[in-house]
Design a protein around this ligand. Structure first.
Ligand SMILES: *[C@@H]1O[C@H](CO)[C@@H](O)[C@H](O)[C@H]1NC(C)=O
Length: 454
């Protein structure tokens, strides 16, 4: 594990020393190499690795693999826009996004809860730097502010809880504590307690009502920032809930009923809101909120099936929403707008891109063979077990999701060709490769879903 981390850190050296002309090709190749080596290593461990500092098990394994996979893709995605900037800023950008990925990787694989917490919070710094320094518009400062304040306020109760746990039990390793079978229910309000210590994770996921930072951050962030935010940073929240859930033995569901209601409302409300968006990026951000609230409901139900549903959902969403952001970015780089109507009729100009849009949209709708379908299915079954009424409410979400995804497809792809579209430059191989590499793992997982089911 340490070897992997040192290997990742060596990207800093490449970023600092690579000659100007080959900066992007060298760093991209380097990151691809490292990503593949770490992937091989992770598969070799068979999700059963743990030592003093790191743990790769069923919960963290798939997410670390996702992080490794997305790392070279962010490099691939951001080169065309950034290579126009001064060389020093490019190097800074590469260093910062590597740092961001490294902190997320460490957060996913740290075995000690305090270490996890530190890296969880540390990922905020590079995210903030990337959004505020490389964002497109001046509202990026506001977005960074929102991000920082939401995340840090949520983190305070978690930190207090962790310190308290440590002073009473002298350990913060979840495995050990499970053996010691600590029940953390010496509180009169277990539901409120659950919400408080999970607040940091609920903000990160984000749960509806705590999600206001997300559309802002996504809209302002450069492409690598958006990809990492949607792909892995949101999953840190879900991972945190799954990881700490072993520390609470009893069933918290009936005590966290209000949270369940908020999450279900959130699923529906954000899916409906998507239908009213004109801005492509904020639509994708809203759809992330909708999907992540499904993960919140799944973690609240806390049955084995809903946990695997949450896990599958997170991986599937990480790949699809990152791919959607890449697609949105390809049109943004050509037209410099995120408004959907302006992109109408691009099918006739970029026929192959239409294929990518279609596949990714299918994954987003959770059409049967896709893994998002498996995740949604598991969550829906657990939900039905809990309450048929809640099931019916969430079933409406399927309709809304389909509706807004088709709306995106129609609004951005179909329709008459306006004149300004005709002069756009064609897709490069880099962009096709980028989208292909997003779709490939999602398609491969259909054939071998037991990698992420646990
Ligand atoms: C990130 O960028 C800032 C300024 O843009 C720079 O000062 C800092 O050193 C960078 N961080 C890393 C890890 O390279």
């Amino acid at each position: 594990m340490l070897v992997i981390i040192v290997a990742w850190a060596s990207i800093f050296i490449t970023a600092a020393l690579a000659p100007k002309k080959h900066l992007w090709s060298l760093t991209t190749t380097h990151s691809f190499l490292i990503a593949f080596l770490s992937l091989i290593w992770f598969f070799f461990q068979d999700f059963m690795f743990s030592d003093q500092f790191f743990i790769i098990d069923n919960i963290s394994g798939p997410l670390t693999i996702l992080t490794c996979w997305l790392f070279p893709l962010t490099m691939l995605a951001s080169q065309s826009k950034l290579s126009l900037e001064p060389i020093k800023r490019q190097r800074m950008y590469i260093a910062n996004s590597t740092f961001l990925q490294l902190t997320t990787l460490l957060a996913f694989s740290a075995s000690d809860l305090m270490l996890f917490f530190i890296f969880f919070e540390a990922s905020l710094i590079p995210t903030m730097i990337i959004i505020t320094r490389w964002g497109a518009q001046e509202r990026r400062l506001e977005a960074g502010m929102y991000l920082a304040f939401y995340t840090m306020l949520g983190a305070i109760p978690l930190m207090i809880w962790l310190i308290k746990l440590y002073t009473t039990h002298y350990s913060l390793s979840p495995g050990l504590m499970q053996i010691m079978s600590i029940t953390q229910t010496n509180s009169n309000y277990p539901g409120l307690f659950w919400v408080m210590y999970n607040l940091a994770f609920l903000v990160k996921l984000p749960m509806y009502c705590l999600h206001l930072w997300l559309p802002k951050a996504h809209v302002e962030a450069p492409i690598a920032g958006s990809m990492v935010l949607a792909g892995t940073l949101l999953k840190l929240g879900g991972y945190g809930i799954l990881r700490t859930s072993t520390l609470i033995q009893d069933n918290i569901l009936n005590k966290t009923f209000p949270i369940m209601i908020i999450a279900i409302m959130g699923i529906l409300a954000t899916a409906l809101l998507c239908l009213r968006q004109t801005d492509l990026k904020s639509l994708i951000a809203m759809s992330s909120v909708s999907h992540m609230n499904l993960v919140v409901t799944a973690t609240l139900i806390s049955s084995p099936w809903s946990y695997s549903g949450a896990m599958v959902m997170m991986i599937a969403h990480g790949l699809t929403s990152s791919a959607l952001f890449c697609l949105a970015n390809t049109s943004y780089e050509r037209t410099n707008t995120r408004t959907m109507v302006i992109l109408r009729g691009t099918t006739l100009i970029f026929p192959l891109a239409w294929l990518w849009w279609l596949i990714v949209a299918m994954f987003n709708i959770a059409l049967p063979p896709s893994i998002s379908f498996a995740g949604e299915f598991l969550i829906m079954i657990s939900l039905f077990n809990w309450s048929p009424t809640a099931f019916l409410a969430v079933a409406m979400n399927l309709i809304f999701t389909t509706a807004y995804t088709l709306y995106v497809l129609w609004a951005t792809q179909r329709g008459p060709i306006p004149n300004h579209i005709k002069s756009l430059y064609p897709f490069s191989i880099r962009e096709h490769a980028l989208l292909f590499l997003h779709i490939l793992p999602a398609a491969l997982l259909i054939a071998k879903p037991d990698l992420i089911l646990f």
